[in-house]
Structures are given as C-alpha cells and as structure tokens.
Design a protein around this ligand. Structure first.
Ligand code: MLT
Length: 408
C-alpha cells in the first residue's frame, strides 16, 4: 500500500496565492459589476526587454542550425552567463564572488526550497514573521517541523517577529539557531536592512556556525545608495551565507524562468561527528543528479540583461514599478492609511482599516473596490491586521485601484 508523505498533511491551508485566486474566481463568477484589479501576487506586467527578446530569438535561430544546436547544457549553467553575473552583480560591488560559485536555475522559489536537500533534518530553523510562505511550507513538507498549532504557526520553528516597533527588522535570536532565512528588500513588508544591521547577522551566524539563507530577489528595486544589494557586501558573509537572486522581477522573467544561487566555495556544514563538508560540493552533486539546467535560449536572454541596452531597459522597468509604488504610497497615506515599504521595494504594507482582520479587509476591498491584495496573515501570525499591495501592474490599473480604494 502506498503511503503519503505525512508532513504534507500538517500544512494548514493551500498555498497562499492559489488560495487568493480561488476566492477571486469565485467572486468574479457571481459579480460582474466591475473589472477586478489584481495587486495580489507580485507578478510583473510590463513586456520583456527588447535586448532579451533579441538575444533569445537569435539563440533560437542558432539552435535551428547543425553547428549551433545545443543539447543538455551544464547543470550549473553556461559559463558565459555566470561570468557576466559575477562581474556585474558582484565584482562591481566589491564582492569577491567568482563565476564557479554561481548556479543558474529556473527560480529562487525552487532554489530556496530545494536547498533543504543538502541540509540536515535536525537543524534549528528561524524565519521572520511575517515571511515569504515558501520558506515555512518547504520546511513543513520535508518534515522539519512539528504540527501546526491553532494560531497557524508550526512547532519546532523559531519565529522572529517583524513589525512597526522594530522597524520590520528581526531581533537577533537570544539562543542559537542553525539556519536563518532573511529576505531584504523584504517580501512582504518592503522593509530594508542596512549594512550595519546585516553585519550583526553575519557575525551571529559565524559565531554559531549557522547558515544564513539570504533572499535578494528584490535587490534591483533598492533606491537608497547606502543599502546593500548582496549579503556578500558584508565582511565574513562568504563563510556563512547562501544568496538567492532572480531575473523574475528585474527583467520580467516570471514567465521565462531564470534565477541563480550563490554558494561560496569555502562555505561549510558539519556532519553528526562535527566533521566539515563544503556545501558547494553537496549542492553541485544535488544539481547534477536532479537538475538539467535552464534552457540555452533563456540563458542567452538572461545574459542580455547585462548588455548596455539590457541594463537600460531593466532600469526603465524598475523605475516604472517604483513610480507605481510611489503613487500608491502617496495616495494611501493622503487618504489616512498607515503605510510601510514601497521606497526600496515593489511592495506596500498597510494596516487594515478599522482593526479588520487581514482576510476581512481582503473581502472588503474585493467587494467594495474590486481590488485584490494579499492578506498579511497569509505571511504569518504577525501579519494579521496587515495587507500587502503589489506595485507590479500597469499605470492605469494602479491609478484606478488607488482611486477605488480611497473612495470606498
Ligand atoms: C509574491 O507575490 O510574494 C511573489 O510573487 C511570490 C514569488 O515570487 O514566488
């Protein structure tokens, strides 16, 4: 008799974004009064940069010739893309990350979850609360937590609350944890971390021989020149951190799929006899067995992000979404909402009105304004009473959505 992975049975609810879609679909079936504007999932809306399209189209033509045809590519990604990443995303910022420390993948969501394959089951794990739900759910699915408690948290995980009182910066845990997930600019709150604050985490991790899983998927949205784009801008981070990066949000690749993960060569973990093993080799072994790489065509598209035209177009996209964020923040603040984020991230984090719960506010906005956002409680217990709005949409939709919200 086939048995299921019972860890899946511990999951409290469906994954957040399909759950929202389900509710919105139900609503639209029964209400046709006005078009729903979706500021829920952080999915891009603007067309792909021309530089990327031209590069992908050229690569496709190449594949149609005998000389240019490519079969399986390197599991780690093509050398030329990794070289460009190393040079532009790291060396230019003074981070000594080399091309062979970069693994190309089809998404940061997958990598931030798959990384658990090479990490022991008995690590003590800390996440912020609220948090990108993938980190929590993938720990539940792989049996690294206890059961779900009534309040939606899971036994065995350490939750580090982030809220207005601590400026959405988690406090360093008072006891030792082995794995820490940090995401800056933060999804969902839009908060950022300074180099000084990040240094405290790096020092903590090095002191305790812990590992930081640093999700920098939104680094391109940083406007403040002093904020770090990579954890490797911090001394000592190469000894304690893995970084996840993505082309989804900067170059509009959510449907194209390309991302990368950095595993420094000197990063180590330990077995039960306290012997050291390098994580790079374990991840390389994992990828060679379970992954056949991202398509040649897509990697050529990603490479074009680093061309002069590509850089210019990506900047145009970032400026466009950040102007959306500015409009949203301004309109909502003027209307009396308490608003966070939106300055260095494409997410606006607001307090639900009249002490409503996050899901009540979701229903309220959907019914009264035909606008969809993401309930803060979907990101964790401490997100209750908050609501996330995404700046990824057309200018018209953003302006209309704000008008509708403030005129409820
Ligand atoms: C979000 O809305 O939080 C993101 O789109 C999720 C993701 O990038 O997977």
């Amino acid at each position: 008799m086939v048995r299921v992975n019972e860890s899946y049975l511990k999951l409290k609810a469906g994954y957040l974004f399909p759950e929202i879609s389900k509710r919105v679909n139900l609503y639209t079936q029964n209400n046709k009064k006005s078009e729903v504007i979706k500021l829920g999932i952080g999915d891009v809306t603007e067309p792909l940069p021309k530089a990327c399209r031209v590069a992908m189209s050229r690569a496709l033509d190449e594949m149609g010739t005998t000389e240019g045809f490519k079969g399986y590519g390197p599991e780690q990604g093509y050398y030329w893309l990794r070289e460009k990443i190393s040079e532009h995303d790291f060396q230019e910022r003074g981070c000594q990350i080399t091309s062979d420390e970069i693994f190309i993948s089809d998404g940061s969501k997958c990598d931030s979850s798959n990384i658990l394959d090479i990490l022991g089951d008995d690590n003590l794990i800390a996440v912020t609360d609220p948090v990108y739900p993938v980190y929590v759910d993938s720990n539940v699915m792989t049996g690294r937590t206890g059961r779900a408690l009534q309040n939606g948290t899971y036994q065995g995980l350490t939750y580090l609350p982030i809220n207005a009182n601590n400026k959405f910066l988690p406090e360093i845990p008072s006891s030792k944890v082995d794995i820490l997930y940090l995401c800056f600019p933060n999804n969902p709150t839009g908060a950022t971390i300074t180099k000084e604050e990040l240094k405290k985490w790096v020092d903590y991790a090095n002191y305790h021989k812990s590992l930081i899983l640093f999700d920098a998927a939104y680094e391109a949205f940083i406007q403040d020149k002093d904020l770090p784009h990579s954890i490797y801008e911090i001394d000592g981070a190469k000894n304690c951190a893995i970084e996840f990066r993505s082309f989804s949000k900067n170059a509009g690749f959510t449907g194209v799929r390309c991302a990368y993960t950095v595993i420094p060569k000197n990063l180590v973990g330990f077995n039960s006899k306290d012997q050291k093993f390098d994580l790079w080799s374990l991840w390389n072994r994992r990828q060679c067995t379970k992954f056949n790489g991202v398509s040649y065509v897509v990697q050529r598209g990603a490479e074009a992000v680093y061309s002069p035209e590509g850089k210019k177009e990506v900047k145009g996209l970032i400026d466009f979404y950040m102007e959306n964020a500015r409009i949203m923040k301004n309109k909502l603040q003027t209307a009396g909402f308490i608003v966070y984020g939106g300055d260095n991230a494409p997410y606006i984090w607001i307090k639900a009105l009249d002490k409503m719960s996050s899901w009540d506010f979701f229903d309220h906005l959907l019914e009264k304004a035909c606008v969809v956002g993401t309930p803060g409680s979907g990101f964790g217990l401490a997100g209750e009473g908050y609501f996330r709005l995404s700046a990824f949409n057309t200018r018209t939709n953003v302006i209309n959505a704000m008008e509708r919200i403030i005129n409820i």
